[in-house]
Design a protein around this ligand. Structure first.
Ligand SMILES: Cc1cc2nc3c(=O)[nH]c(=O)nc-3n(C[C@H](O)[C@H](O)[C@H](O)COP(=O)(O)OP(=O)(O)OC[C@H]3O[C@@H](n4cnc5c(N)ncnc54)[C@H](O)[C@@H]3O)c2cc1C
Length: 509
């Protein structure tokens, strides 16, 4: 191609894999690209199936729904969803400990410093007057009372300060998106890839199916799950293994009947060599045990899970193996890996589906032509790598900042070397309670503060600036705390909110 000549546009996209990643990609691309100019095909294999977990999300998922033009109540009904205000971490910093990582900010903007700095100053001087940081978070207090409502549109109303996400049934979510993607022109093919031919230039040329069919495309999105059929199987891209920082490498999942009203938050309960999740849906509970195989056998992990769940199991327990880390390049030549094919950060903060969403947003911003410009691909890979690293650090914090020494696993976590980027953040916070966001941080100051405080990481001194404003803030804080308590009182219960706005039809359960 000569200078100034327009490169050929991508006309055929093949998405390999029909799990959440595949259908999220298909639905978003079909919404964004003109169907008469670009054909989108999704290939999946019922025989292989999907990973079938992935039920807890974080608030940006709502922007994804908006991109797709989804009505939120329809989506909640179709996926048996419940609302999520945060995650309760039990037994993480010490046996018997409990804290909530709520979505959204603490308190209010009352000065130049982030709100927690003022709280720290008061808490040091007068702990009873300050109360706990959670008492300044509407989502945290609502979660503790089993309450939920959507935010008030009025910024002066305390109820404006609600941030939320969902728990949903991953299989139903993929089906829901499939319906939308097919309506927007995506063609679904059932078949199993057995070979991935490479052309003379080294690009992927197409895929060969077990029944002898061959499907060619200009651009391939590898959503084939952990195997990474194209990105790894065909292109041998390589993988950064992060198990020395995030040692859990197995999970056993077991859905059960739901007992009691659905909680508006996820529970994460630390065990002897990992942790268990409890995810309330409308029609059942999702449960699982994430563990480190070096310290706990699969049978024992399943036994501990069964001993802890409430409600009758609805299916056989399912063992999943994974390696935390990421593909060295998520975009290689004419193949972009999305979802588990791109990497896996364990589900502790429900970030995987968000990483799918973020991969799609980045793809739309850097959509290629058939020359696959290397600077664009390099930028995509570099920003993705940074995004993963920032989340990795946040996850490592949960394991490392613990006083638990009751098992070899927790002693290992407390003593393991941590990334320098995390060590710097911890040192800064331990000094004067300061946290500064950097580019591509998914979790911002309120999340880091919630987890650091919850894990027992506290500042040695309060921020000097907060000390200078102490009297004003000491008078303001009780009012903010009171306003949060009042607002929670006015909220409906989570169960009532669902019943009156978005309950799934009984026949679907
Ligand atoms: C234990 C655990 C808990 C998790 N919890 C959460 C959570 O709470 N929140 C969250 O956001 N994420 C969570 N995740 C991650 C989440 O499940 C995934 O990110 C999400 O489901 C996307 O998976 P995927 O579509 O990439 O892969 P998969 O679901 O594995 O789908 C792969 C697809 O590729 C197809 N395929 C594979 N090989 C072939 C082939 N040879 N030919 C044709 N098709 C093929 C399969 O049929 C399937 O359709 C969790 C993951 C695990 C392991």
């Amino acid at each position: 191609m000569t200078e100034g000549q327009q490169a050929k546009p991508v006309r055929k996209i093949l998405i390999v894999g029909g799990g959440s990643a595949g259908w999220m990609t298909a639905a978003a691309l079909a919404r964004s690209l003109p169907r008469e100019q670009c054909r989108i095909t999704l290939l999946e294999s019922d025989e292989i199936g999907t990973v079938g977990v992935g039920e807890a999300t974080i608030p940006p998922i709502r922007q994804f729904n908006t991109l797709l033009g989804v009505d939120e109540n329809d989506f909640v009904r179709a996926t048996q969803a419940t609302f999520k205000l945060g995650i309760a971490f039990e037994n993480w910093s010490a046996l018997g400990s409990r804290y909530l990582h709520p979505f959204g900010r603490f308190g209010a903007d009352i000065g130049p410093l982030p709100f927690p700095s003022y709280w720290h100053a008061l808490a040091r001087a007068n702990p009873a007057a300050a109360g706990s940081l959670s008492e300044y978070s509407l989502p945290a207090m609502a979660a503790a009372s089993g309450k939920f409502c959507r935010p008030s549109p009025d910024p002066r109303n305390t109820l404006n300060n609600i941030s939320y996400a969902f728990h949903f049934d991953a299989g139903r979510y993929a089906r829901f998106l499939r319906g939308r993607a097919e309506d927007d022109g995506v063609v679904r093919i059932e078949g199993r890839v057995v070979e991935v031919p490479i052309d003379a230039s080294g690009d992927v040329a197409g895929v060969m199916l077990a029944d002898g069919r061959r499907i060619d495309a200009d651009f391939f999105v590898d959503c084939s799950g952990f195997r990474g059929m194209l990105i790894e199987g065909a292109l041998g891209t390589g993988y950064d293994d992060w198990r020395h920082w995030l040692p859990c490498d197995r999970a056993v999942a077991l859905p059960t009947e739901r007992v009691g009203s659905p909680l508006p938050y996820t529970r994460s309960i630390a065990g002897s060599a990992g942790w268990q999740w409890r995810i309330p849906l409308q029609h059942r509970s999702g449960n699982g045990h994430v563990f480190c195989s070096e310290f706990l056998g699969a049978d024992q992990a399943e036994a501990e899970l069964r001993a802890g769940v409430e409600g009758k199991p609805l299916a056989d327990a399912r063992l999943l193996r994974f390696t935390t880390g990421k593909r060295k390049k998520v975009w290689n030549r004419n193949v972009l890996a999305v979802g588990l094919a791109a990497g896996f950060l364990e589900p502790l903060e429900s970030t995987s589906l968000h990483l799918v969403q973020s991969a799609i947003t980045r793809l739309l911003a850097l959509f290629p032509d058939r020359s696959f410009a290397q600077p664009d691909i390099d930028y995509y890979n570099a920003t993705t790598a940074t995004e993963y690293e920032r989340i990795r650090d946040f996850l490592v914090l949960h394991y490392h900042a613990t006083t638990r020494d009751d098992s070899p696993f927790w002693r290992h976590c407390a003593e393991m070397p941590i990334p320098d980027t995390l060590a710097e953040r911890l040192a800064l916070y331990r000094s004067r309670g300061r946290f500064f966001p950097v580019a591509l941080d998914l979790f911002l100051e309120p999340s880091w503060v919630a987890v650091m405080e919850g894990q027992g990481v506290t500042p040695g001194q309060s921020d000097p600036m907060a000390g200078l404003q102490f009297d004003t803030m000491a008078a303001l804080l009780p009012r903010i705390r009171g306003a949060v308590a009042q607002a929670v009182k006015a909220m409906p219960t989570h169960a009532d909110f669902i019943r009156t706005t978005c309950a799934a039809p009984a026949a679907d359960r």
